[in-house]
Design a protein around this ligand. Structure first.
Ligand SMILES: Cc1cc2nc3c(=O)[nH]c(=O)nc-3n(C[C@H](O)[C@H](O)[C@H](O)COP(=O)(O)OP(=O)(O)OC[C@H]3O[C@@H](n4cnc5c(N)ncnc54)[C@H](O)[C@@H]3O)c2cc1C
Length: 753
């Protein structure tokens, strides 16, 4: 993100929202480095705090209580948040790769991606076991396991593979939760049988003898059998096979073996140890690439430490200092890993065992202390302070090298003049990088650039045109470009037309040439990602540099003039269908104030990326009488347009309106889009406004949408099959939200029920 129009001089990319990176984000938010742009690429938007995971499984914490929400944290840090799983880097060209988006350029890279339980070469683990990580998959399978246990009759055997602290904690906490659940549903908890298998000679082999003895006793008291010195080498649907060939019956397997590293760091050419962990020095810098840092489980120090969240947490402040120093040419600080650390290992039932060096202890009070420490840690990241903006920030000292200073001085002259076009070389490089798309009826397009694009309209067709343009509400230019394209195409689909071509108009913030190039490329690549599958081509466009990122497209579509859908055409008796949920206006207003949960915004983005092309085809098959796409005027504004044009009234069923997750919470918190007040003026089009305005969903029928769904009238006898088909096509929220009524003598055309 550009801090108050300070140009981006360097890019810091953080991969993974692990325990150290959350601290880095917080610290950069408290003290930004003007000129340094931060990008967080993360697989999970809500990152689990490992210390509280067993407590979550046992039922002591809810999801938000033990996950750090990277959405607001990234915004606090002024960082771009890319929801993607990295599968490689190119350290020579300084690029990060993640499927589904363009490579992310960096000057400085930091990796905090954790580890996964080792299951390499063990057949059946992915298919049948619940691996402790990745956590979202574990949690999904955990819910399924709870259901299976509840539905089952007779003995249910669970094998936990892995005898470290994680395995022992998960055995104890899952057992407690499942026993309680069985009791709650009136079933016998004694049907559950647990066994813990480890290849080590003892459980908790990284801890002292006292800790091991305590846990042997606790596991025995809880009827959890222990099998040490036993390696599992196959998991099936109903058993595990050990290395000596024995089969152990199991209805479920929980996999918590030693940490392993994914292959991509070594395949990318980073120096790694024999296990594939990234080798770092005392400054947490890669041994092979000085501009790459790695921490937590993903890294291996010269003087190795156990793979434990404690170390990742402690590395956070040192890493933050060193990333800042690396960006500004200052001295790095060494990280000195503690030899002994206090481990508080829970037993599931609000009781814990302490372990430090050769010392151990156990009590309920220790769990209370652990709970207090963990909650305090979480507050640090989930309750963020309001920061004052520096109105006159200057570039951070030391961030710009000689080349950057030279480029920035020419930039100052450029900014002093009029809004300039993006340089021809930048533009032509961007065009070369974009995939080529062509159509026979686009006679002159990007492949043969000229003053204009030249299009032909096939015989029997007419051309429909629309244009949309807006300021970026996302820092992720690729996703923003894709949403803008989808938003623009909505008009074409709403007319029932087939998209043919688009012209893009982009305003990219002033900046260094490579930054401008990257941003422009990302915008256009995002737009193409949406345009190409619809069969339309990007035929040309215009780009300029300006104060802030903005993007839009003029889109063309082709249609038989006799088949054009208009807003007019609704017939009394038609059902009113909406194909996507609403709430983008309030959610993004909340996001700007750091009041939206990351998962709400993520889901809203996914919804905005859903094309309406297939929905339009489906509505056509079921005889839709009129159609529009839901955008800035909200449901009421668009429905008024349709009812007026069709000379009908409409009944809106408030409870049927599909909502994006979190939208109700944000409107209830009083957070509304800046367009809401304008849209609300239309409330006089609603009958009995006093009564209906009390409904909690009421504000959302005025909520402006970006890339919203299609709003259409469908004959009543066809609508059931139409909705079923929309669901099959993936429009899972498509629903009837009302009915068309004959025109009445009421002044207000919309009645709410
Ligand atoms: C059941 C259990 C209990 C545990 N209890 C404790 C405990 O009480 N105390 C303790 O100190 N340790 C505990 N551990 C160990 C602890 O989980 C790890 O050591 C710790 O999570 C490592 O932290 P990290 O910051 O390196 O990575 P993580 O916390 O694993 O974070 C990694 C982050 O990177 C993201 N990510 C991963 N891969 C990619 C990718 N390719 N691209 C983009 N993003 C990616 C993930 O989404 C995640 O946000 C426990 C482990 C288990 C399994």
């Amino acid at each position: 993100m550009q801090i108050n129009n300070i140009p981006v001089v360097k890019d810091l990319v953080l991969i993974g929202g692990g325990h150290a990176h959350v601290s880095v984000l917080k610290r950069f938010g408290m003290k930004p480095v003007p000129g340094l742009r931060i990008t967080l690429v993360t697989r999970d938007i809500h990152t689990p705090y490992s210390g509280m995971l067993p407590g979550f499984v046992a039922g002591h914490y809810d999801y938000d209580g033990c996950h750090i929400d990277l959405g607001p944290l990234a915004r606090f840090a002024g960082a771009r948040l890319y929801h993607a799983e990295v599968d490689g880097i190119d350290p020579e060209n300084k690029r990060v790769y993640a499927p589904g988006r363009p490579p992310v350029a960096y000057d400085i890279l930091s990796i905090n991606t954790g580890s996964r339980p080792n299951s390499i070469n063990i057949s059946g683990v992915d298919e049948f076991a619940l691996a402790a990580k990745p956590i979202d998959i574990f949690l999904r399978k955990w819910q399924q396991l709870i259901e299976r246990v509840c539905d089952s009759e007779g003995p249910f055997r669970i094998v936990v593979v892995g005898g470290g602290a994680g395995g022992v904690e998960l055995a104890l906490s899952t057992q407690l939760h499942l026993q309680n659940t069985l009791r709650d549903v009136g079933k016998d908890p004694e049907r559950l049988h647990y066994a813990l298998i480890t290849s080590s000679d003892s459980i908790m082999h990284m801890h002292n003898r006292g800790v091991r003895k305590r846990f042997e006793r606790i596991l025995a008291e809880r009827n959890i059998g222990i099998k040490t010195g036993t390696r599992v080498n196959e998991v099936t649907a109903n058993s595990v096979r050990t290395a000596d060939g024995a089969l152990i019956d199991s209805e479920a397997v929980i996999w918590v073996t030693t940490a392993s590293s994914p292959g991509w760091p070594s395949q990318s050419g980073l120096a790694v140890d024999t296990e594939g962990f990234i080798q770092v020095d005392e400054h947490l810098q890669s041994l092979s690439h000085k501009n790459v840092f790695a921490v937590g489980d993903a890294a291996e120090l010269r003087d190795p430490r156990p793979k434990s969240g404690v170390f990742a947490v402690r590395q956070g402040p040192v890493l933050a200092h060193n990333l800042r120093a690396a960006a500004t040419g200052k001295t790095l600080r060494p990280y000195r890993a503690q030899k002994k650390f206090l481990g508080l290992i829970s037993t599931g039932n609000q009781y814990a065992v302490a372990s430090r060096g050769n010392w151990s202890y156990e009590s309920a009070w220790l769990w209370t202390m652990k709970d207090w420490i963990d909650r305090k840690f979480m507050r640090n990241f989930n309750e963020l302070p309001d920061m004052e903006q520096d109105d006159n920030p200057a570039l951070a000292a030391g961030i710009a090298d000689a080349e950057a200073i030279r480029e920035l001085s020419t930039l100052a002259m450029r900014c002093g003049g009029c809004g300039a076009k993006v340089g021809a070389t930048v533009l032509s490089r961007v065009m070369q990088r974009l995939p080529d798309t062509q159509r026979d009826d686009v006679l002159i397009g990007r492949d043969a650039p000229d003053d204009c694009a030249m299009l032909s309209v096939p015989h029997g067709k007419v051309m429909v045109q629309s244009v949309d343009y807006f300021r970026a509400f996302l820092e992720d230019a690729y996703t923003f470009g894709a949403i803008a394209a989808n938003h623009a195409l909505g008009d074409i689909f709403a007319m029932g037309a087939e998209p043919q071509s688009a012209l893009a108009i982009a305003t990219v913030p002033y900046g260094r040439e490579r930054v401008v190039e990257e941003t422009l490329y990302e915008l256009l690549a995002g737009a193409l990602h949406i345009l190409a599958p619809t069969g339309s081509v990007l035929a040309g466009g215009h780009s300029s540099e300006g104060a802030e990122l903005a993007f839009g497209l003029a889109v063309n579509g082709l249609i038989d003039p006799n088949k054009v859908w208009r807003k007019q055409g609704l017939q009394p008796g038609d059902a009113i269908v909406l194909t996507k949920p609403v709430g983008t206006g309030t959610l993004f207003a909340a996001e700007m104030r750091s009041k939206a949960k990351g998962r709400w915004i993520d889901a809203a983005i996914q919804s905005m990326l859903v094309s309406s092309q297939q929905a339009a085809a489906c509505l056509r098959r079921y005889g839709a009488t009129a159609c529009t796409d839901l955008t800035g005027f909200g449901i009421v504004g668009h429905l008024i347009e349709m009812t007026r044009a069709s000379a009908v009234d409409a009944i809106l069923t408030m409870d049927a309106i599909p909502l994006l997750d979190g939208a109700l919470e944000t409107v209830e918190a009083g957070i509304l889009s800046s367009l809401q007040a304008q849209n609300l003026r239309l409330r006089r089009a609603i009958q009995d406004i006093e009564q209906t305005s009390k409904h909690p969903v009421f504000p959302l029928i005025f909520d402006p949408q970006t890339a919203g769904g299609l709003l259409a009238g469908v004959p009543n006898e066809q609508v059931g099959a139409c909705i079923d088909e929309l669901h099959v096509m993936g429009y899972s929220d498509a629903v009837i939200i009302g009915q068309v009524d004959p025109l009445s003598d009421q002044q207000a055309p919309i009645r709410i029920q």
